[in-house]
Write a protein that binds this ligand. Structure first.
Ligand SMILES: [Zn+2]
Length: 473
């Protein structure tokens, strides 16, 4: 068995690991690399292998940094199956099309600008000076029929000597850790891929499942060097932020990932309204993707934890209540700006890089009565990261704006295990593991975790470089 790390090696995005065994080639995830535009574009376009050289893909979960480059693989000749859990596949149905739409819009925008400048020569020149989208809606729609549903905890035969089983990762709806079992060698070999490891007590979804022993482990390390605050405190903090802003007569602007984070916030606000701990102000979820993704959450109660199941037993919709309105049309989104009095608006994108949240930020960030509530991981170079770092001035749509609104963070809702939770998660495996490959982390985070795995458990942990291969036997 040979393993090559092509993505999320020394970085947090673009997960893509190649597994070669028994004459076949499998990809574990095929994610979009997100970062500085030019660099990202180049990495996403140039796959390090022909698409038709891959036999099958196993997808850990629907987040775009794990699934978002599948249409490029298909565009490059891949026609094999993509295996994942039913909930992940239903999420990908919306997310891949949404990403394709963004790619098309981006290319259109750049082309317009190029036209204006009459500087039509660039690295992505196709001869007419036109920038092509990374992939189109048609590429995304050719990808979707390749998905095949493999439920949690049902061993699936990839070949006569290789099976895999999906364990609940407790990260987002449908997220899984992949356990690969190979039986062709002298002794059976087990490789586990963590995908993204979630956390205990997150709203809606179940806690990460206890993992079986394994020989080798590919482990994410997003927060390998950090500890989160306890999830239990999040509801009090959310109540405080809402009440404080309402007293000032301000609005609460919440950039949130359409998948997972939006649904968690809705559920927590629902609980606060029910308990009368926050005033009766309007709540808007302003994102067509979030609306579609929320429907996928409604369609998959098999992924819920006990608390969320209770809502169903009580005859309540956990993702909709009296004060909540979902906004699909852009014209209704614009109307929010003329609304008087306090309200909460949850909108995408989560890192404030694109989408409707930019309009809400532009309209509200200079008013000290308002609050911008950051709810998730903010990658380097993003507007969200600058807000968290309390830059006094930021650029939105190219215009400089003074940050006068309160900036608050709810780190507690992070979907990623922190250092302590990763160490806890790995415990059932430490006696059998021969090597751990640390991926999906900024180098400092991975190095801290590697050191800790060594001192705490005597494990050999390596941080592979992009393109580096390892023989597993
Ligand atoms: Zn993820």
């Amino acid at each position: 068995m040979r393993l090559t790390f092509w993505g999320a090696a020394g970085t947090v995005t673009g997960s893509m690991h190649l597994l070669e065994t028994g004459g076949k080639r499998y990809l574990l995830d095929c994610g979009l690399y997100q970062g500085r535009r030019k660099d990202a574009d180049l990495r996403n376009r140039r796959l390090p292998f022909p698409g038709n050289s891959i036999d099958a893909v196993v997808l850990s979960h629907a987040h775009i940094d794990h699934s978002g480059n599948l249409p490029t693989l298909v565009k490059n000749g891949f026609t094999g199956p993509i295996y994942s859990t039913p909930a992940s596949i239903d999420l990908c149905n919306w997310m891949l099309r949404d990403t394709a739409h963004i790619q098309e819009k981006d290319a259109e925008f750049v082309n317009k600008r190029l036209e204006k400048r009459k500087a039509a020569r660039s690295g992505k020149d196709n001869g007419n000076g036109i920038v092509q989208p990374l992939y189109t809606m048609a590429d995304a729609e050719r990808t979707l029929p390749l998905f095949q549903r493999v439920p949690y905890r049902e061993p699936f035969e990839l070949s006569s000597t290789l099976t895999y089983e999906a364990y609940d990762a407790g990260h987002i709806l449908g997220s899984s850790c992949i356990v690969m079992n190979e039986t062709s060698g002298a002794a059976p070999l087990r490789l586990t891929y963590s995908g993204d490891v979630g956390r205990p007590n997150l709203p809606i979804i179940r806690d990460p499942e206890r993992m079986p022993p394994a020989d080798y482990l590919i482990l994410e390390s997003t927060y390998g060097g950090r500890l989160h605050k306890q999830v239990e405190h999040v509801i009090n903090k959310l109540a405080d932020v809402v009440n404080r802003t309402v007293r000032r007569g301000g609005r609460i602007i919440v950039p949130a990932f359409a998948v997972g984070r939006t649904q968690q916030l809705v559920l927590l606000l629902h609980q606060l309204f029910n308990e009368k701990r926050i005033p009766n102000i309007p709540l808007f979820v302003d994102s067509p993707l979030a609306l579609n993704v929320t429907q996928v959450h409604r369609d998959h109660p098999e992924c819920y934890d006990a608390e969320t199941r209770q809502y169903l037993t009580d005859g309540e919709d956990p993702f909709g209540f009296k004060r909540l309105q979902y906004i699909r049309e852009a014209v209704d989104s614009k109307k929010l700006n003329d609304l008087h009095g306090p309200f909460v608006v949850i909108s995408a994108s989560g890192m404030c890089e694109q989408g409707r949240i930019l309009h809400h930020l532009r309209n509200n960030i200079e008013d000290p009565r308002n609050t911008v509530l950051i709810t998730g991981f903010q990658a380097q170079e993003t507007l969200g990261r600058k807000l968290v770092e309390k830059w006094p001035e930021v650029r939105i749509f190219g215009e400089p704006m003074r940050v006068r609104a309160e900036i608050s963070s709810l780190d507690e809702l992070s979907g990623h295990a922190d250092q302590g939770e990763l160490l806890e998660w790995i415990k059932p495996m430490v006696h059998s593991l021969r090597k751990v490959f640390l991926v999906h982390g900024e180098p400092r985070q991975s190095e801290i975790l590697a050191q800790l795995l060594h001192t705490r458990f005597g494990l050999e942990a390596v941080c592979p470089a992009p393109g580096q291969s390892f023989e597993l036997a």
